[in-house]
Design a protein. Structure first.
Length: 208
């Protein structure tokens, strides 16, 4: 897609995430207020993270994994596709850079790349791709239904678009946000595009 289209999409979805997180925080506040006023304390339909949840996928070695596989570690998770010309490689480089900056602390963090183009991104394709960024980076693929489910859980938009240059080929539009999930799988933070590796590493380390 064109750079302008990419920027517009990225901005739109960054805003959507900010709104989602704001709503979630507001929900938390509501739950606290309820508790303080002596009510049951469980807010109904609020105070629940709107990002993340259960998933079942296949890793770059062909092994089935779920969200439970990564419990006890922080997940640094990003969605994209290996044919992506610029946005995905840039973000994956930032994630790899943040892992380096974290030094020994990086042991607590599992960087994950989830493809939203499972038709082309087989485990074998992902295996070749992820190792270019960081040997610790895991690539996840799945069926169309599994991909739709994890993207929905993480509020990731993706869509197949025709390539103007080649009628037989296609590209993918997708939102570009890196998420940090806690050892319990709960949402902790997100990193919009243009976050640098130093900033990302500092934010991650602030949760340890
Ligand atoms: Ni991309």
């Amino acid at each position: 897609m064109t750079p302008i289209r990419t920027i517009a999409l990225v901005a739109a979805f960054a805003l959507a995430i900010v709104a989602a997180v704001w709503l979630w925080r507001s929900g938390d506040g509501l739950a606290v207020n309820k508790g303080a006023s002596g009510e049951a304390g469980q807010a109904q339909g609020t105070g629940k993270p709107l990002v993340g949840g259960p998933f079942a996928m296949t890793d770059q070695n062909g092994k089935p994994v779920t969200d439970q596989t990564f419990r006890g570690r922080y997940m640094l998770i990003y969605f994209g596709f290996t044919f992506c010309p610029d946005v995905c490689p840039t973000e994956l480089q930032v994630m790899a850079g943040a892992m380096q900056k974290l030094g020994a602390k990086a042991e607590k963090v599992q960087p994950i790349f989830v493809t939203i183009d499972p038709d082309r991104d087989t485990p074998a394709v992902l295996a070749q791709y992820v190792k270019q960024f960081d040997p610790r980076l895991i690539g996840l693929t799945g069926t169309a239904a599994q991909t739709a489910a994890i993207a929905k859980a993480y509020r990731v938009f993706y869509e197949k678009v025709k390539d103007e240059q080649n009628a037989a080929d296609y590209s993918m539009d997708h939102s570009s946000i890196v998420y940090l999930m806690g050892p319990d799988g709960g949402f902790l933070a997100f990193f919009p595009p243009a976050t640098g590796p130093d900033e990302m590493a500092a934010k991650i380390a602030s949760f340890f």
